[in-house]
Ligand binder design. Sequence first.
Ligand code: IPE
Ligand code: IPE
Ligand code: MG
Length: 224
Amino acid sequence: MNPLKHVAIIMDGNGRWGLKNKGSRNAGHKAGLKTVEKIIKETIKNKIKFLTLYAFSTENWKRPKREINFLFNLLENFLVSQIDDLHKQNIKLKIIGIKKFSRKLNALLNSSEKKTLKNTKLQINLALNYGSKTELLDAFILLRKNKDSINEKNLVKYLHTKNIPDPDFLIRTGNTKRLSNFLLWQLAYSEIFFEKKLWPEFNEKDYNRIIKNYKKIKRNFGNI
Ligand code: IPE
Ligand code: IPE
Ligand code: MG
């Protein structure tokens, strides 16, 4: 059985679910948050130590302002109401991506990270304004600036995922088979599960089925 430390998820399909079931994309984002809560619980039950969630990409700024504002309001309300509870559950929150939001949200993200910094049960990496290409380019710039020699060990020190093991597997919901600029380096050897269901429809049963399947895969890492 494969060990399992880190699950990464591209939570896709909120907009389509919302339009189809509630008449608005934003209603889909709201419903998607419920799935996030379910999946956090299930991750703890499965004793998984790292969960990385793609919540907003560097490309998502192309969306209408109304949708972007709704998303960040949702995040703000979630953090204000849930951070104490996450902290009590011994969950550590880390933001990956570039924290360039409203002053209020930046402060809230920083204080949430600080509050939960020493927690050990589960680390949630929330990818916000995250893009893998920018992350890699910034890492190369830092390598050059610090006159480090260019090798894997030095490069990973400058990634946002420093000190985090690479994901064992990636789930992408929403019936789309692409990476959308997510963890291009870190996913080099991860197993990938593309799910037809839209994120608000995804549930504990689907998650546990994937975990079970992942554990049985023969992972070669180039070997035989
Ligand atoms: C993913 O759902 C969530 C974010 C990008 C914030 P989408 O909003 O991309 O939903 P679809 O893919 O348009 O249905
Ligand atoms: C990827 O979903 C980003 C997140 C889930 C946050 P998108 O819906 O933005 O991806 P593309 O643009 O369809 O590839
Ligand atoms: Mg999408």
